[in-house]
Design a protein around this ligand. Sequence first.
Ligand SMILES: *[C@@H]1O[C@H](CO)[C@@H](O)[C@H](O)[C@H]1NC(C)=O
Ligand SMILES: *[C@@H]1O[C@H](CO)[C@@H](O)[C@H](O)[C@H]1NC(C)=O
Ligand SMILES: *[C@@H]1O[C@H](CO)[C@@H](O)[C@H](O)[C@H]1NC(C)=O
Ligand SMILES: CC(=O)N[C@H]1CO[C@H](CO)[C@@H](O)[C@@H]1O
Length: 272
Amino acid sequence: MDPIPHPLLLAFTLTLIASQPIATPSPPSITAARSLDAVLQDYAYRAIVPPIRTGVVHNASLPRNITGITVSVIRLSNESLGSKGLIKLNEFEIPIELTITPYVERLALVYQNLGNWSSFYYSLPGHTFLAPVLGLLAYDARDLTATNLPELGLVVEGKPIVVRFEGVVHSLRGGDAKCVRFGLDGLLEFKELESKNACLTTRQGHFSIVVDSSGEAPVPAPEMGAKNAVKWLLCWVLMGLVLLVWLHLMNCFSPPPVSEDLGFRRNAIRTT
Ligand SMILES: *[C@@H]1O[C@H](CO)[C@@H](O)[C@H](O)[C@H]1NC(C)=O
Ligand SMILES: *[C@@H]1O[C@H](CO)[C@@H](O)[C@H](O)[C@H]1NC(C)=O
Ligand SMILES: *[C@@H]1O[C@H](CO)[C@@H](O)[C@H](O)[C@H]1NC(C)=O
Ligand SMILES: CC(=O)N[C@H]1CO[C@H](CO)[C@@H](O)[C@@H]1O
């Protein structure tokens, strides 16, 4: 019997264990946040009432049970996109040089301010929000009665979108403040602040400013998870390889196989 597992099997198992954090990166409440997006798109579209003009900001009225959230919407025509200039949508300054996929004739940009609901829908363990979570999402505005619309692809060609947060209160440890973006797929992205209260982005999603509040022994931020996992993976693979080489060398220098060994011993007994 061989008490040591086959080195290849061992390396494979270790690799599997180490690679698991990569496979499951999604934060807990993305489903709730995404269904809120659908609800807010519906209420935003209801706010676009005749006479419908492009480039006008409409504020939505929301049901009582989500008091504290505010939603605005702006409708743009394809002709207005691609030219130079800025769209001002509350805290967002959006360059008109946008590429929307797939092609739509009319586009709606939905703005969300989650206010005191921010950490309810977007929990970020070890961090404190210094600003509310703001959302910017692009939808096809051809049918204003449509619900459960998928978001369109949005790419900023030239200058990035600026999110200028209001009333950001930096603590004494303000140096730790970072921009955070929650992607529609649930992935987190941390970035340096553009200024004390502004973040830059080239994509849609949900944005805020956070500060690491994990204290003396900071917990690695969620964004580090994948990076660390890759490091561990490489480590394990290397260890596996070293083990493999070592076992191979051991094989080369080990005594002859068991059967011959027994035979040798038998011979030894006979001769005595
Ligand atoms: C819409 O809401 C924004 C803030 O959410 C506010 O600044 C703006 O004055 C409102 N506009 C109208 C027309 O009520
Ligand atoms: C608000 O009420 C509606 C029904 O009117 C319900 O569908 C929705 O889940 C409620 N939202 C929250 C956040 O409680
Ligand atoms: C936010 O504040 C409103 C009142 O302004 C309250 O009704 C609501 O429950 C609060 N939301 C949360 C998540 O605490
Ligand atoms: C931003 C955008 O989708 N622009 C489109 C406007 O429509 C013309 C054709 O009419 C397209 O070529 C543009 O890509």
